[in-house]
Design a protein around this ligand. Structure first.
Ligand code: FEO
Length: 394
């Protein structure tokens, strides 16, 4: 795949990782691969904004070579320290050892720790600029969106924002722009990306969006470090980030459960019927068959979540245990929630699930519904009523 010119003398020279299926260890299940985007700017000075993951560095160097000799690069802008973007910097520096690196102070510390970096690093802060000749780069610190070192780079002359991970998607495609790909797939991946990477940092996202708005910068294109470039109506993804960060949600309920011998599953399906009968969208996910990261993507804009588990050893099934701990880390504040499940003796799953949901900031709006051994016809009707009542609250 060749380099792609975004704007005059600005090129995508990144890499497409078609086969990636797990990210951040095994916490994020990827279905459509990803890209590591890197942007080459050819002016009086030659700059590159972000690099690729090290295994793809050769591809990046070849694409740079389609435009200029990689050794001619004067400036490397390190928007973010995480190795999917920074490990390629070290490969590039082998070819262009005199290149000056620009990034935040935290980025410098991280490069030193990760790679033993000792090169020419220039610490920048919000508002600092770097002239390339006809164009000037402006830097905007974006701490905790999503790492402490994170930074955006902006080119006022073109209205081009390169915000690194923000506004990204794990989406491998032979196209580079949002208007060239399937819109449903793109939005699905953008939402899942926000849920799994950005969601816990939503208050900071809102503050950053306000800050950028106050700066009055014109944005004609947003070129993130993963996925496609927002060329057509880039404001749409900014608006979506604002809505997600504010916790805006739809009339949608997720039912997430695991079952030991099918009783909790029968309850889950009866509850779904109850929710559905009130005209509220309901989605059913059994663990561990569904990927957590997919569920979190759906949870982002759902108004409510119902968790179901059989009781085992006086608590929830281990699959639910993992799910609620991971969900708690995303801080899904304000979601309406309730709990259900079957038990043989003693019980305990419902109580523990409720406690974790409350700890995660969810609002448990109904007493839990439990049945002994297997649900009778009467108890299944109660499950359906439970779903209906929850749907009314949603
Ligand atoms: Fe795509 Fe935070 O790295």
């Amino acid at each position: 795949m060749a380099k792609v010119e975004l704007m005059k003398d600005i090129y995508w020279v990144g890499a497409v990782d078609w086969n990636l299926r797990h990210f951040h260890g095994f916490s994020y299940s990827i279905h459509r691969g990803t890209t590591y985007n890197s942007y080459l700017i050819v002016d009086d000075k030659v700059a590159i904004v972000d690099c690729v993951y090290q295994p793809f560095a050769k591809e990046m160097l070849e694409r740079i070579g389609e435009v200029v000799e990689p050794s001619r690069i004067d400036y490397i802008i390190a928007n973010h320290l995480e190795p999917d973007h920074s490990s390629g910097i070290m490969e590039l520096l082998k070819i262009a050892p005199k290149a000056k690196v620009f990034g935040t102070a935290r980025c410098k510390q991280g490069l030193e720790k990760y790679y033993g970096f000792t090169g020419d690093f220039n610490v920048v802060k919000t508002g600092d600029t770097l002239s390339l000749g006809r164009r000037t780069l402006t830097f905007i610190e974006a701490p905790m969106i999503h790492w402490p070192d994170s930074m955006f780079t902006y080119i006022a002359e073109d209205g081009l924002l390169m915000p690194n991970d923000a506004f990204g998607q794990h989406l491998a495609t032979s196209f580079r722009f949002n208007d060239q790909v399937d819109r449903c797939a793109l939005m699905d991946e953008a939402k899942k990306y926000y849920a799994n990477i950005i969601w816990p940092l939503s208050p900071l996202v809102l503050r950053k969006l306000e800050e950028v708005q106050r700066m009055g910068i014109r944005i004609s294109m947003i070129a993130p470090s993963h996925g496609v470039i927002w060329r057509e109506n880039p404001g749409q993804i900014v608006d979506l980030y604002a809505r997600w960060a504010k916790g805006e949600s739809a009339k949608k309920v997720l039912i997430v459960y695991d079952t030991m011998w099918g009783s909790t599953e029968k309850m889950a399906k009866a509850i779904l019927e109850g929710v559905r009968s009130e005209g509220v969208e309901a989605m059913l996910f059994r663990l561990p068959d569904s990927y957590e990261s997919d569920i979190f993507g759906e949870l982002l804009d759902a108004r409510g979540i119902l968790l179901g588990s059989s009781t085992m050893n006086n608590s929830m099934l281990p699959t639910l245990g993992k799910f609620v701990v991971d969900a708690r880390g995303l801080k899904p504040k304000g979601k309406l929630a309730a709990v259900f499940g079957s038990y043989g003796w003693g019980g305990g799953a419902a109580k523990d699930l409720e406690a974790v949901l409350k700890d995660a900031g969810c609002e448990v709006v109904m007493p839990s519904l439990t049945v002994n051994w297997a649900p009778s016809a009467e108890e299944l009707k109660r499950c359906s009523d439970f779903g209906r009542e929850f749907a009314k609250k949603v």
